[in-house]
Design a protein around this ligand. Structure first.
Ligand SMILES: Nc1ncnc2c1ncn2[C@@H]1O[C@H](COP(=O)(O)OP(=O)(O)O)[C@@H](O)[C@H]1O
Ligand code: SF4
Ligand SMILES: [Mg+2]
Length: 320
């Protein structure tokens, strides 16, 4: 499906993101390393506040003005973290697109679906008039919207949540990006619609060979959708590997606890039931941030953790 031997499409190295608000500094990303191959679906998973969204936003230069970004975002021979706003515009939406959890906020309520798709097609593919209309109709068809030509005239409020998310996916696909970052795109949808959208994303991935970073807190989705997974905790990736390997044999105690909490969780209950909570991101040292919640913590966990590797697996823990 995708060749892991090729140079990666995206190589994120030691990404650090800090927010300054008043006298407080929040270390939201504390050295994130990621790679993404062409055609690969990488799931980014972790508890709320672990830095999943800001990782996605950083890739598109959308981390905001009160944030300082350091490290490298290698894409197509360039470091995206070093680009100006102006330069970033050539990538954002065009070569790396993003979809979000709540499609209503990402769509403009006062314009029709056709108008909004038309804007993206004009901006990124220089299509106007009949050519744009044809492309917009095709795109809506591609994302499984019935009677696409009629739907072009609909306003967002006339569509269900699932249909709105399909429209957003169509808008993201309009520019034919190489990477789609999807930030919890199904969390607000009911279970049936959720699996339809996941199936759609998987089809798009297979048909268009489009790489995806799929952000979720739901390990069930990871298992269904992704090829590889990166587990985030307190602003770092604590474990990465192929989905099957991680589910069968998690190496990091946090990943183990996550998987155990899913198995234990009665239906419909909150997924993450690990005792304790993640540390505040205001003052963390180099030691393992999971130590206060870890059953295996010992003195040397307080020193900088050198990640261990085995083939394409990596885990940031002292334990073998
Ligand atoms: N604009 C911001 N200003 C200050 N802190 C922020 C901002 N955005 C995110 N953060 C902080 O960064 C951390 C990571 O947030 P986020 O990436 O949204 O987590 P996740 O998506 O994993 O739930 C959180 O502690 C959050 O409070
Ligand atoms: S480094 Fe130590 S505290 Fe951290 S997860 Fe591993 S054993 Fe637990
Ligand atoms: Mg988030």
């Amino acid at each position: 499906m995708f060749a892991a031997t090729e140079a990666p499409l995206l190589a994120v190295e030691n990404l650090r993101l800090t927010f300054s608000s008043g006298t407080k500094t929040i270390y939201a990303l504390r050295g994130v390393d990621l790679t993404l191959q062409r055609g690969e679906i990488l799931a980014l998973v972790g508890e709320s506040g672990s830095g999943k969204s800001v990782t996605g936003l950083s890739l598109l230069g959308l981390h905001g003005k009160n944030a300082a970004l350091k490290g490298r975002i290698g894409f197509d021979g360039r470091d995206l973290s070093a680009l100006s706003d102006e330069e970033m515009r050539a990538y954002r939406g065009k070569r790396i697109a993003m979809i979000f959890q709540e499609p209503m906020t990402a769509l403009n309520p006062v314009f029709t679906v056709g108008f909004q798709l038309g804007e993206v097609l004009a901006l990124h593919r220089s299509l106007t008039g009949d050519a744009a209309k044809k492309a917009a109709t095709e795109l809506l068809g591609k994302v499984g919207i019935p009677e696409p030509e009629l739907r072009l005239k609909s306003y967002p409020f006339q569509l269900s949540g699932g249909m709105r998310q399909r429209v957003l996916i169509a808008m993201a696909l309009a520019a034919e990006p190489e990477i789609l970052v999807a930030d919890e795109p199904t969390t607000a949808l009911d279970v049936t619609i959720q699996s339809q959208i996941l199936r759609l994303l998987r089809e798009i991935n297979e048909r268009e060979h489009m790489a995806m970073i799929f952000i979720t807190h739901d390990l069930g989705i990871v298992a269904k959708l992704a090829h590889r997974v990166a587990v985030m905790y307190a602003g770092t990736i604590v474990e990465t590997g192929k989905v099957a390997d991680i589910f069968e044999n998690p190496k990091h105690p946090y990943t183990q606890a996550l998987l155990a909490s899913v198995h234990d969780a009665p239906r419909g209950q909150k997924l993450f039931a690990i005792p304790g909570s993640p540390p505040p991101l205001t003052a963390l040292d180099e030691g393992c941030a999971f130590a206060p919640r870890c059953n295996f913590a010992e003195a040397r966990c307080r020193q900088a953790i050198i990640p261990q590797t085995d083939g394409d697996r990596l885990w940031r823990c002292i334990r073998a």
